[in-house]
Design a protein around this ligand. Sequence first.
Ligand SMILES: [Mg+2]
Length: 310
Amino acid sequence: MTVDVETDEGLGGIGYTTFNGPLAPTLKHAVDQLGALVIGEDPLRTEAVGRKLRGAAWGSGAGGIFTLAFSAIDIALWDIKGKALNQSLAMLLGGLRDKVPAYASGALLRSYSLDQLLKSARVLVEKGYKQMKTQLALPGETSPRIETERAHRLREAVGPDIDLMCDINQRWSVNQAIDIGRRVEDVHFSWLEDVTAHDDYAGLARVADALATPHAGGECYYGITPFRHAIEARSVDIVMIDLFRVGGIANWMKVAGMAEAFNLPVVSHLIPEIHVHLVSAIPNGLTVEYMPWPLLRPRRAQALRRVSEE
Ligand SMILES: [Mg+2]
């Protein structure tokens, strides 16, 4: 859902957030209620507005609907800030780089047959993608041998020079992750992502320690504090930040700084149209997930999928 925030000086900002499923109307209600509290505030004072709204939420943040609703408003205020200063978000945040890599996501799914997967991968390579993400932890009947074979066949199909990432979406146990992770080490995935339950910091750390392949995680974390736990536990080698769940632009930058202090790179989760600014603004920004769901879902996300299915 989108939110329009208007100012008495004629500038307006657009923010958005998302929450699939039956609680979406509840999220809209939360955005409306928080929005009412912003009326009369200075849109340039995003931290002050943030403190006010967090205060109004009492103990209901940072996990869940409050943070998703807050992020929509925060994004709209940063949009106003950019328009007021006539600068892009990347420039407001320091303007480090003009370009960042992005990778194709959502086009090499675990639901595909092996043939479909290999065909899609070849099409993506032909289209010029240099980085792309697939998924393991296959649905239905599978085994470490089947998982491993699929990974090897995919590597053969795209060749040695394509960066391949692999998302497990929390579907393995710690031991499965170590077992299959070792079997696919010679596939040279750029990262394995969310190999087991996102809040099993100690379990994830065991996996990260056991494998040469980096472990990426963080898309499920709300607010900034879980990142502290993950990074302190060394359960992530690559920090993935979701703009909506982390709680907006400033929180995203705070986590990126935390990662930088721990010598860790940062990648984004969904929302590429904003994340391209954020990843380009930080010295430890690695790549942007190109999965244009929130605003472009009807056309471009399907177009990407069509491309991969051609
Ligand atoms: Mg993921």
